[in-house]
Design a protein around this ligand. Structure first.
Ligand SMILES: Cc1cc2nc3c(=O)[nH]c(=O)nc-3n(C[C@H](O)[C@H](O)[C@H](O)COP(=O)(O)OP(=O)(O)OC[C@H]3O[C@@H](n4cnc5c(N)ncnc54)[C@H](O)[C@@H]3O)c2cc1C
Length: 305
């Protein structure tokens, strides 16, 4: 048995769900990406702690994944373990009248619906962001005037040393599409949101309005990873790209969306290389013609990228 098969057996004995040689294109909203050696789902804190201990002791490369909606995975895949949170990490519960606790594996959209069911306002901005709660904390996801940092009271995370700690909002280093988790190697396991009592009808209307605006403006019918570039100071990436006549520009199966120039869509069998080539072409053109350096918001991960 090779070391990957041995590791797969060990994770299964811990109770984790394990997929070997798993195509990442099945787990990313871009529908792009080669195989992960091991795609492991930890369903309980105990499984998670045991799995991380094994990974550390055996020096196995590790990558966390949420819902795969901000990732561009290499065509060569990902070596080692891709770790995802399932089971009890998808629970959402009420802590008190205005506070909810969400496992990091829960979808942000589920957290928004839970808040609505309890007439709690504050999370409406996040309705339609297709990531997990953990991914939202990691990215400080935001939209329509709101950001995760505005409502996250604290995050529970597992440190690389295997310790569960609680990080208060002020210590999360939240900034535009960035948090301390972007650099710390900590795995977010839970986020507590502080919301306010609101009117369910009004909350629902706002969520529907936001979803409607997304459907009108964003190419959500095609695979993508959302906005490719961060918003440059004083500009909008989509407008700059459009002004450079790059709307519809296509390399292989990757295309600058004809609906929203800030998105790259997979119009059929796009590879990671297609997307990276298109990203480089956009960056070069916008820098040359507009003098603005566009920085990627999507995270290119895996072998050789
Ligand atoms: C159609 C579409 C629309 C989008 N609209 C928006 C938008 O309006 N606003 C916005 O901000 N984003 C948007 N996004 C991007 C994306 O949904 C967000 O960035 C989201 O927060 C990513 O969450 P995820 O769970 O999918 O993370 P993933 O893509 O799985 O991971 C992203 C990064 O977070 C890390 N990570 C994930 N989970 C954890 C965890 N528990 N602990 C530590 N690290 C973790 C991963 O290692 C990776 O580096 C959009 C994407 C799509 C496809």
């Amino acid at each position: 048995m090779n070391s990957i098969e041995t590791a797969a057996c060990a994770f299964r004995e811990m109770g984790c769900d394990v997929l070997c040689n798993e195509p990442m294109k099945l787990h990313t909203s871009f529908k792009i990406g080669g195989c992960a050696d091991l795609y492991v789902t930890a369903n309980t804190k105990e499984q998670l702690a045991c799995a991380l201990d094994y990974i550390k002791k055996n020096d196995i490369p590790l990558m966390f994944v949420g819902n795969g909606t901000n990732m561009l995975v290499s065509d060569k895949g990902i070596r080692g373990v891709v770790l995802r949170l399932g089971g009890e990490f998808c629970d959402i519960s009420l802590v008190d009248d205005t506070t909810i606790r969400c496992g990091a594996g829960a979808l942000l959209v589920a957290a928004c619906r839970f808040a609505l069911e309890h007439s709690l306002t504050g999370l409406e901005f996040a309705y339609g962001i297709p990531g997990s709660v953990g991914g939202a904390a990691f990215m400080n996801a935001g939209a329509y005037g709101g950001e995760t940092k505005d409502v996250a009271l604290c995050c529970e995370c597992l440190t690389p040393n295997g310790e569960f700690i609680t990080v208060e909002n002020k210590d999360c280093d939240f900034a535009y599409r960035h948090s301390r988790f972007s650099d710390s190697g900590e795995l977010v396991t839970e986020v507590t949101f502080k919301l306010e009592k609101g009117n369910a009808e009004e909350i629902k209307a706002q969520m529907e309005d936001i979803m409607g605006r997304r459907k009108d403006k964003q190419p959500i019918e095609l695979p993508s990873a959302g906005s490719v570039f961060k918003r440059p100071e004083g500009y909008f990436a989509g407008a700059l790209i459009q002004e450079c006549d790059l709307k519809g520009c296509t390399i292989g199966g990757a295309q600058v969306s004809t609906k929203h120039s800030g998105f790259i869509v997979n119009i059929g069998d796009a590879t990671c290389s297609d997307v990276l080539d298109l990203v480089a072409h956009i960056q070069d053109t916008v820098l040359r013609e507009k003098g603005v350096q566009l920085e990627c918001e999507i995270r290119a991960v895996g072998d050789g990228v």
